[in-house]
Design a protein around this ligand. Structure first.
Ligand SMILES: [Zn+2]
Length: 327
């Protein structure tokens, strides 16, 4: 935002305008202390049209994007090809709400009952401040948030307790490292086996992992370098949250080297469940059909993927056939 000396434009007083991002500021050659020409774009949001350079007197200062987050002091990162700058502090107060919601979400630690609304309430009532505080919540605290909240509180405490036994990939995904989703979290968990190994991995180690590109490797590396990350991991360890790969050494790799594509809905499994079975047997799943696909598992109402598989001559299996294969 540009903070302006208040001025009346088209009937309303304007004291702020959007500056979008760092590039916009550079492009307009804006300096702190400048006079600017503004307009209301579409007559609503005021914006800077241009700098009135003739009004400069030499006291104007160059704007520099902060290198550290002004709220928490963690690194502020701008990635190649992106306009925005992000704070990567996992315990940052300005990002807490979103960080905690993501941590508890289905892709993350899957803590049922800990949705956006409850997280908001917990923060407002100062019952939690950072992610780790979730694991120190007491049933009595949660009960106060809802009318007749006893049952809800008990269920939530149970769900939180249960999440301590999650496998490593869930924890990795829950941390909300930029560019890391469920799939790459799984890869990282398999590759590094403990959070400490991942935390101590060099940039080179990370970049060598299959499917982890340079930008992602850098994002993981930067994330684990932050004091806030180390602090959070330590607190989670103290709360007995699982920090290592639980999957036993795979003994049955019957699907090794095989790629499956799932389409349509299955009767007995969700897509995630079926994918997990395939992966547990050493196979891979992909979202699109290609020549490299070995099997298309087709459920009810299978669509274009099925047609494509047929045209490529790829083996199509039914749910029943799949069940035979995994017996
Ligand atoms: Zn921050």
């Amino acid at each position: 935002m540009a903070i302006l000396e208040p001025v009346v434009v088209a009937g309303s007083t304007i004291s702020k305008t959007t500056l979008h991002n760092e590039d916009f500021i550079k492009e307009k050659d804006l300096k702190i202390g400048d006079h600017v020409l503004i307009q209301k774009a579409g007559d609503v949001i005021p914006e800077v049209v241009k700098v009135l350079k003739e009004k400069r007197n030499g006291t104007e200062k160059e704007f520099e994007m902060p290198k550290k987050c002004p709220v928490c002091g963690a690194e502020a990162v701008r990635e190649e090809g992106e306009a925005a700058v992000y704070c990567i502090g996992i315990e940052c107060k300005a990002r807490n709400l979103r960080n905690i919601i993501h941590f508890a979400s289905k892709e993350g630690m899957n803590i049922e009952g800990l949705g956006e609304k409850i997280v908001e309430q917990l923060l407002e009532n100062k019952l939690i401040e950072t992610i780790a505080d979730i694991y120190y919540l007491k049933q009595e605290d949660i009960e106060t948030l809802k009318k007749d909240g006893k049952k809800f509180a008990k269920n939530l405490i149970d769900a939180i307790e249960q999440s301590k036994n999650n496998d490593l990939d869930r924890l990795i995904c829950a941390l909300g490292i930029r560019h890391i989703g469920t799939k790459s979290a799984k890869t990282l968990a398999r590759e590094f086996r403990t959070i400490d190994n991942l935390m101590n991995a060099s940039l080179e180690d990370l970049a060598l992992v299959e499917d982890i590109g340079e930008i992602t490797a850098k994002s993981i590396y930067e994330f684990f370098k932050q004091d806030q990350t180390k602090d959070l991991i330590n607190k989670l360890k103290k709360a007995n949250v699982n920090m290592k790969l639980l999957q036993n050494e795979k003994t049955d790799n019957r699907f090794e080297g095989k790629t499956f594509v799932l389409t349509g809905s299955l009767e007995k499994y969700t897509r995630d469940e079926a994918s997990k079975i395939i992966e547990d047997f050493g196979g891979k799943t992909s979202s699109s059909v290609s020549k490299k696909t070995d099997f298309v598992l087709a459920g009810e109402e299978a669509g274009s993927k099925l047609t494509k598989a047929e045209s490529l001559g790829i083996k199509i299996i039914s749910e029943q056939e799949f069940e035979e294969m995994i017996k």
